[in-house]
Design a protein around this ligand. Structure first.
Ligand code: GTR
Length: 421
């Protein structure tokens, strides 16, 4: 008997670990689950109109995501200085205007610089502008020798010539397949990007990036309900928008915030927390993004908190293997974007991000759009691959893998032009 209990004690952590590792990839293994009601307040009041959504329920939902999922921002910090460090009226062979702008933040004797790369169409005004982060530096989005190189920490990628966490000339344009800059410009839209590591390097270290600027003397990491990296990145997007409001070349009321994968999670949180973003686009954002957590399909809460302990606030760990205890699910994140245009996209081979969970989330956010007299997502069943469902809430599942491709962008450009022009 004694040995039995000792074996049990030894085996429990192994079993728990296995629970974290085993991913559901088959629809038949999805557990039965019940989603929290987006339109019932904490006091049990049924929310029937825009007024009570905006006054009662929306603030409740936002606060639950702040306290339990992404973490709240521990204070206010405005741009101390913005400097246009490059301006070219004839970029990309003359079709675009290029600008590079450094935003400087100062607090508690610490300073952080964040650099925005902007391409604008010429000869038109008040055009939609896509704003999104990139993974490996602004210079990777297109082969343009004028793009300045970031000095921030970058994840090593020897294939891109990135070693010792520093980028080099070799990585110019390596991510151009994800950024069809010329097509965007020719369509009459603008595009702006920031290297996400300028705001917060993507590693489990709260001693770098924006977080330390907010610490008091005794602090070395955020409190349990304070911002992880995703909230920090989302904060950075809002500061870019602050800058756009001061730039006469840009119509800051027409900014579509966009992101792929972890940066899709970021775009959604930015859109939820900052209602100045006119539209939000989530590309393969998955767990902690558009996908419903309670389905436990692909990446789970426990898995994401284990692999990326710095992305969410510490409180989110409470829900590892306990998704049913979450006071929210991700359809409520999408609902926070209402009534603004929202595009959610998945890919057929991207099971890790749970395409069906992303679709269902968009569907279950739609009742909030309906309060505003809008249809929401104009579909109740998941569409076939490569057959976008187009509405104020749009959705597609592209054939292929986890990526953001020319096909995805073609849909987003059409969407932005229709919704924002
Ligand atoms: C994966 C992670 C996903 C997604 C992805 C990415 O490793 O599990 O949640 O964010 O990275 O950002 O590319």
């Amino acid at each position: 008997m004694k040995t039995f209990f000792i074996t049990l004690l030894l085996i429990i952590p192994v079993l728990m670990n296995a629970q974290v590792r085993q991913a559901i990839t088959d629809e038949k293994d999805v557990p039965v689950y019940e989603l929290p009601e987006v339109l019932v307040s904490l006091k049990g009041k049924k929310i029937k109109n825009v007024k009570s959504w905006e006054k009662i329920r929306r603030p409740e939902v936002l606060k639950m995501f702040q306290d339990e999922v992404y973490g709240r921002i521990p204070g206010d910090l405005k741009i101390a200085r913005s400097r246009v460090v490059d301006e070219d009226e004839n970029a990309l062979g003359g079709i675009a205007k290029r600008k590079q702008v450094v935003l400087t933040f100062v607090k508690n004797d610490k300073e952080l610089n964040v650099e925005i790369l902007i391409y604008l169409p010429k000869g038109i005004q008040n055009f939609p502008l896509f704003l999104g982060y990139n993974f490996y530096g602004n210079h990777t989005i297109i082969n343009d020798a004028a793009i300045r190189l970031t000095e921030s920490w970058v994840r090593d990628n020897p294939a891109f010539g990135i070693v010792n966490n520093q980028i080099t000339e070799q990585s110019r344009g390596v991510r151009s397949s994800r950024w069809p800059v010329e097509e965007i410009i020719k369509s009459g839209c603008g595009v702006a990007t920031i290297y996400y590591g300028d705001v917060d390097p993507d590693r489990d270290n709260f001693g770098d990036g924006i977080h330390p600027l907010f610490y008091d003397k005794s602090q070395s990491e955020p409190a349990d309900d304070e911002w992880g990296a995703i909230a920090a990145w989302a904060w950075g997007l809002s500061r870019a928008l602050d800058y756009f409001e001061t730039d006469k070349d840009i119509d800051a009321t027409k900014v579509a915030v966009i992101g792929h994968s972890r940066l899709g999670k970021t775009a959604l949180w930015a859109g939820a927390t900052d209602r100045r973003f006119a539209a939000v686009i989530s590309n393969d954002s998955g767990c902690g993004g558009a996908a419903l957590s309670r389905r436990k399909f692909g990446e789970t809460v426990a898995r994401i908190n284990t692999s990326f302990p710095h992305w969410f606030c510490n409180n989110f760990n409470k829900y590892n293997n306990h998704e049913e205890k979450l006071p929210v699910d991700q359809h409520m994140l999408l609902a926070l974007i209402a009534p603004r245009p929202l595009y959610v996209a998945s890919a057929t081979e991207d099971l890790w991000a749970d395409p069906r969970g992303e679709f269902l989330s968009a569907k279950f956010a739609s009742p909030v759009y309906q309060l505003y007299g809008l249809e929401g997502l104009p579909a109740t069943e998941m569409p076939e691959p490569d057959s976008p469902v187009k509405g104020i809430v749009s959705y597609h599942i592209r054939t292929g893998k986890h990526d953001i491709t020319a096909y995805d962008w073609e849909q987003y450009i059409g969407f932005a032009k229709k919704m924002l022009n």
